[in-house]
Design a protein. Structure first.
Lengths: 405, 139
């Protein structure tokens, strides 16, 4: 029995796992102490809960608990890592290397850095969504202090060559920061094996609560320091002040523990479902997967259905299926996804894309229904698409002089 | 953003989807928008030579639900009008009828442009001077 609506937008956010909620509840009403209250049992209990959660979080990424700085989420982690390194290592240099398909939290932070006198190189990704390692090496200057490249992309799910990137960073004595929001909890991420110096992630992308995340900051080989961006009581070893969100942290810890235990099996289950969905949808004429299919998160598929527009497409089933599109018909700029454009996709293909994000509670029945609905809607909309008609008549759309508006 | 019921109805049951023979002298075709912008509309009118009335109108649209609804509605309104009456259809009437939110006004503008382009194509084919329209709305 299918329950509607079906949620296939797990790259945007995930539901809280009921086990996570159960773990959190006592910390709202019974164990509500401030983890910084050192002189009474309420504080002690809260601190104990935070310590335990810190271990759970650290374990998921192979870190030491002392290397975990709790934040409000990945956006804050991105800001703290980039701005914090830029300020802390100002005497070493002012150059940062990132790439053009990073999340806005990284790109806009880099823009901010440029206004502050920093220099930023934005590497262009290849059509498969991965960076060119030779280009990365070529971009390094004596003033380079940080390489900021994401682990897994939020729109197309591609996984960057993190080990190779970190090796290049190491060799050149440069810090390596990765926004691993989409990857942690979904695929094995290990800060030591991967050679990561700073790593941002968030609970709500891995079945934990919203409003809590962490920044991993390496303590050994090398010891990394970041300048605090939020000043106050000196929490989190002075790197992030503010009363700890104890229920959030407890939930985050539980979410990490569940991911660690279930990741291997869940990854296999999801990639099997994803492949079923993808293979079925690729039976549709003129449908293309965006981004590298091999180096990819197990739960993501981004597909362009040429000659139909993404938002129009979603309208065919969005009462029953929740997903997102690279089309930006609702935005004032009318600009489609910058990630898809960075792959070299024409605007028309970018406008025609859907992102499927599967998750822990996605069933095969839901996937079967989605295949049917998407296929029917694509066919229906192509019947009313002038572009499809032209394509079928053999007209090259590039030869038409469009009235750009 | 939720769509109005009228937009949903036009999307689910679009009126007058199709293609008229553009080689016929009494058929005017307007193709507006661009694939890169995420919407392309093709709107066609067929004028009755004897009465001067638009006897048929068809559309095909690549775009969001509001763009599809705007063109579907436009074809409904065109039928039975004279060409001179059709020219007066204003995009804001479409906005009102479909309850389009501000971010979707460009869909109605596109529909108005498509009507005008179809009429001018018809006029050109029939030896009439093309009408000039003010570029009053930036979109």
């Amino acid at each position: 029995m299918l329950n509607f609506p079906i949620y296939l937008d797990h790259n945007a956010t995930t539901p809280c796992d009921p086990r996570v909620v159960d773990a959190m509840l006592p910390y709202f009403t019974n164990t509500y102490g401030n983890a910084a209250s050192r002189n009474h049992p309420f504080g002690w209990q809260a601190e104990e809960a935070v310590d335990y959660a810190r271990e759970q979080v650290a374990k998921l990424i192979g870190a030491d608990p002392k290397e975990i700085i709790f934040t409000s989420g990945a956006t804050e982690g991105d800001n703290l890592a980039i701005k914090g390194v830029f300020e802390m290592y100002a005497s070493k240099g002012n150059h940062i290397i990132t790439c053009n398909i990073e999340h806005k939290a990284v790109l806009d932070t880099c823009k901010h850095i440029e206004k502050e006198g920093g220099e930023v190189t934005y590497l262009k990704v290849k059509p498969d969504g991965l960076i060119d390692l030779a280009e990365l090496e070529a971009a390094i200057k004596p003033t380079t202090i940080l390489i900021a490249i994401m682990y897994g992309n939020n729109e197309i799910g591609t996984i960057m060559p993190v080990k190779e990137i970190s090796a290049i960073a190491r060799k050149n004595g440069i810090l390596f920061f990765t926004d691993a929001t989409q990857a942690v909890g979904k695929i094995p991420v290990d800060v030591n094996k991967d050679g990561i110096d700073l790593l941002a992630f968030s609970a709500h992308k891995m079945y934990g609560p919203k409003g809590i995340g962490a920044l991993y900051v390496r303590r050994k080989n090398p010891r990394v320091k970041v300048t605090a961006q939020i000043d106050g009581g000196g929490h989190e070893r002075g790197m992030r002040s503010g009363t700890l969100n104890v229920p959030g942290i407890v939930g985050f810890g539980k979410a990490c523990e569940i991911c660690l235990n279930e990741m291997e099996e869940e990854g296999k289950r999801l990639s099997k479902l994803r492949d079923k969905l993808e293979n079925a949808l690729l039976q549709i004429e003129e449908a293309y997967v965006n981004g590298d299919k091999e180096h990819r998160l197990p739960h993501v598929s981004n597909i362009s259905f040429k000659y139909v527009e993404g938002e129009g497409l979603m309208m065919g089933f969005n009462k029953n299926i929740a997903l997102s599109s690279g089309s930006a018909c609702t935005s004032a700029s009318l600009e489609p996804s910058y990630v898809l454009k960075a792959l070299g996709l024409g605007d028309d293909l970018a406008h025609s894309s859907l992102r499927f994000g599967l998750g822990r509670f996605t069933t095969e029945e839901q996937i079967d229904y989605t295949i049917e609905q998407v296929t029917n809607t694509v066919n229906k909309l192509r019947e009313m698409s002038p572009l499809w008609e032209m394509y079928k008549e053999g007209i090259d759309l590039n030869t038409i002089e469009w009235a750009h508006h | 953003m939720a769509y109005s019921e009228k937009v949903i109805d036009h999307y689910q049951n679009p009126k007058n989807v199709g293609t008229l023979d553009k080689s016929k002298q009494n058929v005017g075709t307007g193709l507006v928008g661009a694939p890169e912008c995420g919407d392309v509309m093709r709107l066609q009118i067929e004028v009755d030579d004897a009465t001067g009335l638009i006897k048929d109108a068809k559309f095909k649209t690549f775009g969001c639900g509001s763009a599809i609804a705007s063109s579907s509605l436009a074809t409904e309104w065109l039928k039975g009008k004279t060409v001179d009456e059709a020219v007066k259809i204003d995009n804001m009437e479409i906005v009102e009828e479909l309850n389009l939110p501000p971010v979707k006004i460009h869909c109605s503008v596109l529909a108005e442009d498509a009507i005008k382009a179809a009429i001018n194509d018809y006029r050109k084919k029939n030896g009439l001077e093309e009408l000039k329209f003010d570029e009053s709305i930036v979109h």
